[in-house]
Design a binder for this molecule. Structure first.
Ligand code: UDP
Length: 236
């Protein structure tokens, strides 16, 4: 497959067209942003690590009957994925209170939740990705009830699979964000990425943060955190 024109440049990835209209190529960057783009920086090697970890997790999920956009890793930073229309929702699943959830509801960070929590945010930087409920989603016409049901079912199954998988590497899955897309035949598939940029990963014993919170909160050692995740999960 041939890489053609750049279609889009996001905060952490670029997307290129290919000579086959059903596929695009994503290229992961080292650029890091937080707080809706207010804080900017670089995490050296992040693009390579996020590409590899995302593909590793997506393959594991495919083996467990979760449809994803993943097709083939073609280089350190680049992957062929199915071309999808992204549903503009950030689907956030949580096992332990942290970040905005802790702030919003006054639940101390690190509190284990009685059951996994799921929320949607509208993917819109200009509006600051506001929380949105399913009535809003249906009223505006962002997705149908059937699509919402599918997305929730996949998101919770992904949570169980990923949580159990990570525990083998002594990593606790605190929370994460997913995005889903629709292929040309309207099938819903998991898209975007699953990486330390989009998940909170804590060491089970020490609760050391192995994710982008190191960058967001100026904790330092962010490169090490990403490398540590690659080493634990893929062994490099
Ligand atoms: N998250 C993300 N992109 C966003 C917002 C959140 O990937 O635009 C991820 C984040 O890494 C965390 C989870 O979603 O794993 C929950 O984030 P939270 O709502 O607590 O937001 P934050 O505290 O990061 O503002």
């Amino acid at each position: 497959m041939e890489k053609l024109n750049q279609l889009y440049e996001g905060k952490a990835k670029k997307v290129y067209s290919t000579n086959d209209d059903n596929y695009v190529i994503v290229s992961y960057k080292d650029d890091a942003t937080a707080f809706n783009g207010e804080k900017k920086g670089t995490i050296l090697g992040k693009g390579v690590i996020n590409n590899r970890l995302t593909n590793h997790f997506m393959k594991m999920l495919e083996e467990n009957n979760i449809p994803t956009h993943f097709v083939k890793e073609i280089s350190d930073r680049e992957t062929i994925v199915k071309k999808v229309e992204i549903i503009p929702l950030e689907v956030i699943v949580r096992n332990t209170a942290a970040g905005s959830f802790s702030k919003r509801y006054g639940v101390e960070e690190g509190t284990i939740l009685n059951q996994p929590s799921l929320e949607f945010s509208l993917k819109n930087d200009d509006l600051g990705d506001p929380l949105i409920n399913t009535y809003h989603v249906l009223s505006i016409g962002i997705a149908t009830q059937k699509e919402i049901d599918t997305i929730e079912e996949y998101a919770l199954k992904i949570n169980s699979l990923l949580k159990e998988y990570l525990l083998k590497f002594n990593v606790e899955l605190i929370d994460f964000k997913l995005e889903f897309g629709k292929t040309s035949d309207n099938t819903i598939v998991l898209a975007d990425e699953i990486s330390p940029d989009t998940c909170r990963f804590w060491d089970v014993d020490t609760h050391e943060k192995l994710d982008k919170d190191r960058f967001r909160r100026n904790l330092g050692n962010e490169e090490h955190a990403y490398q540590e995740m690659l080493k634990r999960i893929i062994g490099e």
